[in-house]
Design a protein. Structure first.
Lengths: 180, 163
């Protein structure tokens, strides 16, 4: 085929190329942003325990084992939806989960845990949202995977259900357990 | 006298308004800096708005932090870095020019240049082929064309005779 003939097919090739690029974007959730903290240590913080205001937690609570960090609040409807799944993960699968009670009210948060069950090994009380801000939290619920060294490995924005856990989080948790 | 002083203070004080809240500033330069920065930063929650426009709680938190850092005398670059280190490069409406973003910045320019080049080449080519005074057919071609036209007519004549 002559060079000219090949050139005739150029528009077709361009159209197919553009089609492939655009179709790759279909169904992608543009609301979900990758955290800027992946691969970095959990930001410095000093927060009181939700249950006991006298107890102060520092980032070393994440040291020693792969942990989920779940950002939640009583004003957040999706948090209520995902709560039973977190309880199940903690009780049945023994997944260590640390809660970050984000911009919330202590009394209401405690009532919530009484009523719906407490899946958290520790709950950090962050009424001003300072740690939330440093983590780049832009909407609850968010769930982070923190490895045994206290490094942020993954962030999931939105609720954690059976599918998200099985397909997204569990394989990563297993991987960082092996590595850590 | 006290009232006049108060009125003057209100009139002369430098204040920035953004999406409903009010931020006091020591001087106009800082206030301008705040307004520029909050328009340059994109809200991670409502992604079509700058943090200056957005009413999302996270945008309010970001505005408060920008205000605090401006008041502290941090440079614009330092403030941008403080935001991108938390929320990612995404929050900048104008990403840094670096290797990773070269395509993003220069694709439009490349497309325009290629388009202009294509138009220029096409125009030059069509001009060249339509140049006046140049014979469209050579003598040999013309003779061949005549022969073909003759050959085309004769069979039709014979066929009409026979039918």
């Amino acid at each position: 085929m002559s060079a000219k003939r090949v050139l005739l097919f150029l528009p077709l090739l361009v159209a197919v190329g553009v089609g492939i690029v655009l179709s790759a974007g279909i169904g992608r959730d543009k609301e979900t942003l990758e955290s800027a903290l992946i691969g970095k240590p959990v930001p410095a913080f000093q927060l009181a325990s939700l249950q006991d205001p006298q107890t102060t937690y520092l980032p070393d609570v994440f040291k020693g084992q792969v942990t989920l960090l779940n950002v939640w609040a009583t004003w957040c409807p999706s948090c209520r939806v995902e709560h039973p799944q977190l309880v199940k993960l903690a009780r049945e699968d023994g997944v260590p989960i640390i809660g970050l009670n984000y911009k919330d009210n202590r009394e209401e948060a405690l009532k919530w845990l009484d009523k719906l069950g407490n899946p958290y090994s520790k709950v950090l009380f962050d009424p001003q949202g300072t740690l939330g801000f440093d983590l780049g939290v832009y909407g609850a619920p968010e769930t982070y995977i923190i490895d045994a060294g206290g490094t942020v490995r993954y962030r999931h924005v939105g609720l954690v259900d059976e599918k998200v856990w099985k397909e997204e989080l569990a394989p990563l948790v297993a991987r960082y357990k092996r590595e850590g | 006298m006290r009232t006049i002083g108060l009125v003057l203070l209100i009139l002369l004080s430098s204040v920035a308004h953004a999406a409903g809240d009010t931020y006091p500033f020591d001087n106009d330069a800082d206030r301008n800096r705040f307004e520029t920065l909050t328009r340059e930063l994109r809200c991670p929650k409502c992604q079509n708005q700058s943090i200056a426009d957005s009413h999302a709680p996270i945008a309010a938190d970001m505005r408060a932090e920008v205000h605090r850092l401006v008041q502290q005398g941090e440079s614009n670059d330092a403030i941008m870095a403080a935001m991108t280190s938390r929320f990612g490069e995404f929050v900048r409406y104008r990403p840094e020019l670096e290797r990773r973003t070269l395509l993003l910045w220069f694709t439009p320019l490349v497309v325009v240049v290629v388009g202009i080049a294509a138009v220029v080449i096409l125009v030059i080519r069509s001009r060249r082929s339509a140049r006046i005074g140049e014979p469209v057919l050579s003598e040999a071609d013309r003779a061949r064309l005549d022969r073909l036209l003759d050959a085309d007519e004769s069979p039709r004549d014979t066929s009409s005779h026979h039918s």
